[in-house]
Ligand binder design. Structure first.
Ligand code: SAM
Ligand code: DTB
Ligand code: SF4
Length: 337
């Protein structure tokens, strides 16, 4: 067992070493999209073995981190993200609401803590926070942190100085997704660029807040583009500490509603490729679990997913009930982190 574990780790570094040999200018630790596509193309059992081996080398294979989400400001968003029910321009069932009151946020955070979540993630349907919006959110972060929860926020693009304020308030993680490969991005979003997203991620990194960054699978992208997203993430100077892999939740009224459903095994392959290419990151099996058979979720955990969103709601769409997840964890012998 130990021998094969070592072998698989060597296999992964071989991908990088071969790449370095084939191109002198490429640093040894860069992965090409083709390297990652090669992982996707492995026989399923070989891919799972490699992913599980990398996972066991770096993490407790039976421990899964749990975060609870709360939409602190819902709907009415100015952006045109083609997957998102909160964009004002699409006609969905989501009603725009103002920023929540501090006390209501704290009640939700306490409930998440009582249910066993270790991290509380506050999401706002903004292009980015204005200074007058940020101030009440800073207070929420400080108070949630004081309750003994890890804090995460996803508020959109950050302007100069805003990451510093979040850091000072006690923010542990900032979620900002690249969403997809650069060449598919313009098919999904036009109101902000890939470069805008990278700049916000740089601001977060520069103040030493942990980066939570991933994307959405099942938007009609190709396998190459799924690999392209992972290449962007894995080749960052420091890969994100947390990598949410969302399966598109199709919402009526959004442009991506009606997209062909992704084969569930391809989703599992994406999780495995994320695990192998980002061996030290938490890989989160994010949106999409409500419609996912528990057998597929189990395969995702074997493929190296070690984080989930916990609680019956994501931001505006459903997620499995906490009781359902408790039963699934018990069945699989998974412990919550
Ligand atoms: N407005 C901020 C932003 O866009 O950065 C924060 C909230 S936004 C809803 C956070 C992330 O949720 C998006 O980047 C996207 O990856 C994910 N998301 C939104 N709608 C989704 C859907 N229908 N299915 C899967 N993931 C979704
Ligand atoms: C992430 O990558 N997924 C979460 C969180 N970060 C903010 C959001 C999923 C949203 C799914 C659609 C909704 O509930 O509105
Ligand atoms: Fe707005 Fe974020 Fe939804 Fe895009 S993903 S429309 S920025 S809430």
């Amino acid at each position: 067992m130990l021998e094969s574990a070592t072998q698989s780790v060597i296999d992964t570094s071989n991908i990088k070493a071969n790449l370095a040999k084939s191109c002198d200018a490429t640093p040894v630790d860069r992965l090409s999209v083709a390297d990652i596509v090669a992982l996707f193309e492995l026989p399923f059992a070989d891919l799972m073995h490699q992913a599980q081996t990398v996972h066991r080398t770096n993490f407790d294979p039976n421990a899964v981190q749990v975060s609870t989400l709360l939409s602190i400001k819902t709907g009415g968003c100015s952006e045109d993200c083609g997957y998102c029910p909160q964009a004002a321009r699409y006609h969905t069932d989501v009603e725009a609401e103002p920023l929540m009151q501090l006390d209501d946020v704290l009640v939700a955070a306490q409930a998440a803590k009582d249910n066993g979540a270790s991290r509380f993630c506050m999401g706002a349907a903004w292009r980015g926070p204005k200074q007058r919006d940020l101030e009440p959110v800073l207070k929420m972060i400080a108070e949630v942190k004081a309750m003994g929860l890890e804090t995460c926020a996803t508020l959109g693009m950050l302007k100069e100085g805003q990451a510093e304020q979040l850091k000072d308030a006690g923010l542990d993680y900032y979620n900002h997704n690249l969403d997809t490969a650069p060449e598919f991005y313009g098919d999904v979003i036009t109101t902000r660029t890939y470069q805008d997203r990278l700049e916000t991620l740089d601001r977060v990194r520069s103040v030493d807040i942990n980066v939570c960054c991933g994307g959405i699978i099942g938007m009609g992208e190709s396998r190459n583009q799924r690999a392209g997203l992972l290449a962007q993430l894995a080749n960052m100077e420091r890969p994100p500490e947390s990598v949410p892999i969302n399966l598109l939740t199709q919402v009526e009224g959004t442009p991506l509603h009606g997209t062909d459903e992704l084969d569930p095994i391809e989703f599992v392959r994406t999780i495995a490729a994320a695990r192998i290419t980002m061996p030290n990151s938490f890989v989160r099996l994010s949106a999409g679990r409500q419609s996912m058979h528990e057998g597929i979720q189990a395969l995702c955990f074997i493929a190296g997913a070690n984080s989930i969103f916990y609680g019956e709601k994501l931001l505006t769409t459903g997620n499995p009930e906490a009781a359902t997840d408790k039963k699934l964890f018990a069945k699989l012998g998974i412990n919550k982190i």
